[in-house]
Design a binder for this molecule. Structure first.
Ligand SMILES: Nc1nc2c(ncn2[C@@H]2O[C@H](COP(=O)(O)OP(=O)(O)OP(=O)(O)O)[C@@H](O)[C@H]2O)c(=O)[nH]1
Ligand SMILES: [Mg+2]
Length: 367
């Protein structure tokens, strides 16, 4: 198991060396740290770079040009680690609110779970040094998020979490919409929706002793408003709603097909078979584009329409047609029906399901 501990920093010159040293003192020598620094004006990156000589091959830094928020920092870190073959990722703050002493417990737990959450809101966990008000805001925010998302995770907002690579893959990092602090909520909610095995372990969370907080009222309100967006976005991703969109797309394709057929075959009196082929090509092209832009939007984020995928989709549609005809024929051979129409309807449904499965899992497969 190759573990990468990812620590985002912004102006953490008072903490960064101490946190790196205390983590390395507690974990075995094969564990590595990645600091993601957003060009902190206080020179955090330079301190890390000096330490890299002491911890060659164990300490890494990812320098980014400016403050881009916590979500971007972690997403960049995960991508960095996934490209380099790490299996497990730990998210951790630099300010000692996340006590390195919990890391061995988390490592133990991640062996049998895909996600381990450091939780302040279960028995044995809690916060220290927070004002009543901050405590109240945090508890309220947590309850609000849990209710809106109907998600049973007790500490949705915390940032001390360990992820198996498989969990990150299930979540689909390219589909994350959060920019700031709601990132933690979105990640956990998506892990829950994608049925990852999740465990919470109690942690005591002391307030930062050194350095400045980056938390502000604006960030907090932004995070709360984001919860609704997160819910809407995640709900869109269910297979059923994708199927409904796929179904509507197919219906629109059929309408296009019929309109062109009517125009060419009836009004212009062109021969039916070539007309029918042209109608098929136009309808299938329309379906490909709509499926790419709409039905499977969440699978194709960042991807362009492509000729290769287009031909894959045409093949999948033709296979759907073959299934349609076969099923229809088999039903007609084996059963006596009042109308052949029923057999064709079942055939269309079967063909559509096959086409949907091939589209979802092959043509428009999530990266
Ligand atoms: N790279 C990067 N790191 C950030 C950014 N914002 C915050 N961080 C780091 O993320 C971690 C968590 O931020 P904190 O400011 O401690 O947030 P918090 O724990 O909610 O609030 P306080 O502890 O009160 O400061 C710290 O290590 C920060 O230095 C950012 O935009 N980019
Ligand atoms: Mg903090």
């Amino acid at each position: 198991m190759k573990l990468l501990i990812t620590i985002p920093t912004y102006n953490e010159k008072e903490n960064v060396e101490a946190i790196i040293t205390s983590v390395f003192n507690i974990v075995s020598s094969d564990v590595e740290i990645l600091i993601i620094d957003d060009n902190s004006p206080d020179g955090t990156a330079a301190i890390v770079e000096n330490l890299i000589e002491r911890y060659t091959n164990r300490l890494h830094i990812l320098k980014r040009p400016g403050k881009q928020g916590l979500a971007q920092a972690y997403l960049a870190a995960f991508e960095w680690g996934l490209n380099r073959g790490y299996d497990v990722f730990l998210e951790m703050d630099a300010d000692f609110s996340h006590n390195p002493a919990y890391i061995p417990v988390m490592i133990e737990k991640i062996k049998t779970n895909e996600v381990v959450i450091g939780s302040r809101n279960i028995k044995g966990g809690g916060v220290e040094g927070w004002s009543m008000l901050r405590n109240l805001i945090s508890k309220g925010g947590s309850l609000y998020s849990r209710t809106i998302l109907s998600c049973p995770i007790k500490d949705l907002t915390g940032g001390f979490n360990m992820w198996q690579k498989s969990a990150l893959e299930k979540i689909g990092l390219s589909g994350i919409i959060s920019k700031g602090y709601s990132f933690q909520i979105e990640m956990k909610y998506k892990a829950f929706l994608s049925k990852c095995s999740i465990v919470e372990i109690p942690i005591i969370f002391p307030d930062r002793k050194q350095g400045k907080s980056k938390m502000s009222k604006k960030i907090f309100i932004e995070a709360l408003l984001n919860i609704i967006k997160i819910r809407k976005n995640a709900k869109k991703e269910t297979a059923f709603s994708q199927f409904i969109k796929f179904f509507i797309t197919g219906g629109l394709g059929t309408i296009t097909n019929l309109i062109i057929f009517f125009f060419l075959a009836d009004l212009l009196n062109k021969p039916e078979i070539p007309v029918s082929i042209i109608c098929f090509i136009i309808a299938v092209t329309q379906n490909y584009i709509l499926n790419h832009l709409w039905s499977f939007k969440t699978n194709t984020i960042g991807e362009k329409l492509s000729i290769k995928k287009y031909f894959m989709f045409v093949s999948s549609s033709l296979l759907g047609l073959a299934v349609n005809i076969t099923v229809m024929k088999l039903i007609l051979i084996n059963f006596t029906l009042p109308y052949k129409f029923f057999a064709q309807a079942i055939g269309i449904a079967a063909g559509m399901i096959i086409n949907f499965i091939l589209s979802k899992y092959i043509v428009f497969k999530k990266k």
